[in-house]
Design a protein around this ligand. Sequence first.
Ligand code: ZN
Length: 376
Amino acid sequence: MTDFINAHCHLLTFKFVPDSFFKSRAPIREWLLRRYLTSFAARIATVVLPGNNYDRSHQVLWLLRQNIDRVAEAFVAEMRESGIILATPLMMDFEFAYSKQKSDIDYENQVEKISQACLKYPGELMPFIMFDPRRPGAIALTVNALENLGFLGVKLYPSLGYHPDPDNPYNSKEVNKALNDLYDYCEAENIPITVHCSKGGAYNKAILQSEELCHPANWEPVLKKHPELRLNLAHFGSDEALLDHENALSWANQILKLMKNFANVYADTSYHTKALEKKTKEQYFKVLAELMEDETVAERIIFGTDWLMTRHTWTEGDFCRACDKLSESSRQQIAFNNPLRFLFAEGKLPERIKKFYQANQIKPENLPMWLSVFLA
Ligand SMILES: [Zn+2]
C-alpha cells in the first residue's frame, strides 16, 4: 500500500472565517438562502444541498461548529484510516480581503491555535501559515511562525487582492516590499510556498477580474528574480484546466511551462473532483498518466485533497483510493516522493522544526518512524 502525503488541506471552524463566508449563528436554511459573496462560500454551501451525501454534509457542518482541536482530531482519524502519513494544513487569512469583516478569532490568535492543534500530532500535521502582504507586520508574524511555532511553509492567495510580482504596479509600494522580503527569505531558507492557482476558490469580488491575479503566468517574472523558489501552484489551475492542458490558454498549460523552466515548481491535485466522478475519472487518470510520461513533470505533481472543502461529498479515503488508477510508480511519485521533495529541501527535516519539537518536549522517538528513515 502506498503511503500518502497530503500537501493541501485546511483546518477550519466557523470562527476562523469572516461572517460573509459562513453564517454560523443563522439557521442553516436562512444561511443557504443568502446570496454568497464568493464561489468559495458557494462550494461550502453545497455542504447543505439535499440529496448529495447528506450524512457527510452534516458531518462537515457539525465539524465547523467544533473547536479547532476537534477538527484536527477528526482529520487525523480520517488520515490514518486512508493511509495519509503526513498532511500540511494551509491557513487562510481573510482579514484584508473583505473590508471590515473579521473572523470571530483574529488571525494572530488562529496562528497560535493551529500551531498548538498540530503540535498534538508531531510529524503528522505540519501547517503552512498564510502570508497576506497587506497585513502590517506580515513578515514578522510569518517568520516567527516558521521559526518558533512549527510552521513548515507559507500559503499565498493573490486573488484576495494583490499581484504576486513585487514589481507590478498593481500593488502599493508597501505590498511590493513585503512580497520582496518574503521571497528573499523563503528562497534563502528553502521554505516551500503554496499559492492558490485556479479560477475557483475565494475571490475578492470588490476587485475587477481578481481571478487574473492568480494567473500562473504572473509567476514567471517572480521566478526569474527568485529562480530557486520552491513553489506549488495549487490545484494545477483546476482539474478542468488539467484535462485541457494542451490548449495554450489553459492554466495547466502555463504551469507545465513553468515546471520546465524552473527547478522547484510543483502543482498539486487538490479539489480535483474529476478524479472521483464516474463520468470523468477515466479521462482524468488517462491525462494524468500521459503527463507522468514526461521526466520533468513526473517529479512535480503532488497529491492534495483540499479537505475540509471537499468533505461534504468525498473523504480522504475516496481521494487515496482513486489513485489506484495510476501505475504503482506514478502513484508512488505523486503520493509520496514528490510532496516529500517539495516540502523538505535536501531531504531534511528543517532545524527550526526540530527546535520547535524539542522546545515542546517532543523527542525524536515520538516522531513517526518513516520521518527518520526518509529525512535526515
Ligand atoms: Zn485549498
